[in-house]
Ligand binder design. Structure first.
Ligand code: PGA
Length: 256
């Protein structure tokens, strides 16, 4: 069973458009057998769409690392969980670059999300410069980033650790950087195998799902589906077009 986590980012422009998109998602979701979908709208729509939800899982695109207190503008994992939201994207490269989120901050958020009963979708991946330095540089980068972002994981129970989902998102392949050109599936699957090896050896979580993100669309999804170790996808731009969503989901349904 493949998992697709749709990252709407700061889109669409109005709540009316978000409602329409969400209702199309719900229709698609109601017919699925082998694919699990999570829609991640911006906060301002998330609460409202949650009230119209039937069956489709919802996620946020961020949360803070404390339960409550004097943290202006923040939303806690507990806020999300008690509102019926089960997933949260954390450490996305756009938050790391535009908002200065460090590995330490991402680590605190991941632990907080797990302790709040959420399923964090930890995004990580190398930038273009590291990519151009070759495989060894990429391996070293993602290994280090994964370990930093999961620091303190050892004390969690097995079921808590298994709440985690990891998304390998090479920054240079995200559509806003690449203009829609994805990583090649062979390379993405190699890094995903490496991440799974570390999750198994260093964190004793062999069954954690590792998905791929970066310009995933109906045009390239089938080539990624050829690699069994890729447990699913995190589309951004393509998640705003219902025809794209439908086509990506259909491809997963056929292969899962
Ligand atoms: P993209 O976005 O599919 O538009 O490349 C993916 C992401 O940034 O999560």
């Amino acid at each position: 069973m493949k998992t697709i986590i749709f990252n709407w980012k700061l889109n669409p422009q109005t709540f009316q458009l978000a409602q329409k998109l969400f209702s199309d998602y719900q229709k698609i979701n109601s017919k699925l057998k082998n694919t699990f979908l999570v829609a991640c709208p911006p906060f301002e729509y998330l609460w409202l769409l949650n009230q119209k939800r039937s069956g489709l899982a919802l996620g946020a695109q961020d949360c803070f690392w404390e339960d409550l207190g004097a943290f202006t503008g923040s939303v806690s994992g507990l806020n999300l969980k008690t509102s019926g939201i089960d997933y949260v994207i954390l450490g996305h490269s756009e938050r790391r670059s535009y908002l200065g989120e460090t590995d330490e901050i991402v680590n605190k958020k991941v632990l907080h999300a797990i302790n709040s009963g959420l399923r964090p979708v930890l995004c990580l991946g190398e930038d273009l410069k590291t990519h151009q330095q070759g495989e060894t540089a990429v391996n070293n980068f993602v290994k280090k980033q994964l370990k930093k972002n999961l620091s303190g994981f050892e004390v969690l129970s097995a079921s808590q650790k298994n709440q985690l989902i990891v998304a390998y998102e090479p920054i240079w392949a995200i559509s806003s950087h690449s203009g829609g050109v994805a990583d090649n599936p062979e390379n993405a699957s190699r890094v995903i195998r490496l991440l799974k090896e570390i999750l198994t050896k260093d964190f004793q979580i062999p069954s954690v799902k590792v998905i791929y993100g970066g310009s995933v669309s109906s045009k390239n999804i089938v080539s990624f589906l050829g690699y069994q170790e890729i447990d699913g996808f995190l589309p951004g731009r393509a998640s705003l077009d219902v025809n794209e969503v439908q086509a990506m989901v259909e491809a997963c349904e056929k292969t899962s």
